[in-house]
Ligand binder design. Structure first.
Ligand SMILES: [Fe+2]
Ligand SMILES: [Fe+2]
Length: 140
């Protein structure tokens, strides 16, 4: 059973963002699968954690660039949420240097709940604004 499931209701209505959000769900599922494998493979886990780390940063910068471009008034607040998450995730992963598996299992709970709440809550706040701006710019 995947730990997170994309059913389309989380969509923002902006293709590039929705694609990236879906990809984030896939990465979380992949991390969960690898962590709960009968004999977890540390190298493969590290690769997944690294790629998740990079993908999260990449996604945040895409989203922030779009919000900045269209002048979303909540940009600074939204950026701060992203940054706080990155800091917290990095801290959790650093703590994992002694017992990597246990730390990752605990970190996963935080990562999943944060990402799901963020995508289904905070990101939805800018969705109507961004959809309207993108539509307007297409009409020009
Ligand atoms: Fe997002
Ligand atoms: Fe966001």
């Amino acid at each position: 059973m995947p730990i997170v499931h994309w059913d389309g209701s989380q969509a923002i209505g902006i293709e590039i963002i929705d694609r990236q959000h879906q990809r984030l769900y896939e990465v979380l599922n992949s991390l969960d699968r690898k962590l709960h494998a009968p004999t977890p493979d540390a190298t493969s886990l590290n690769t997944t954690v690294d790629s998740m780390h990079q993908y999260v940063r990449y996604h945040f910068s895409t989203e922030e660039r779009l919000l900045e471009h269209y002048g979303w008034p909540g940009l600074q607040e939204h950026k701060l949420l992203h940054q706080t998450f990155v800091d917290k995730a990095e801290e959790l992963l650093r703590l994992g240097e002694t017992d990597v598996l246990q730390a990752l299992r605990e970190a996963l709970v935080f990562l999943v709940s944060w990402v799901v709440n963020h995508i289904e809550g905070e990101d939805q706040k800018y969705a109507p604004f961004l959809r309207e701006k993108v539509e307007q710019s297409k009409a020009k």
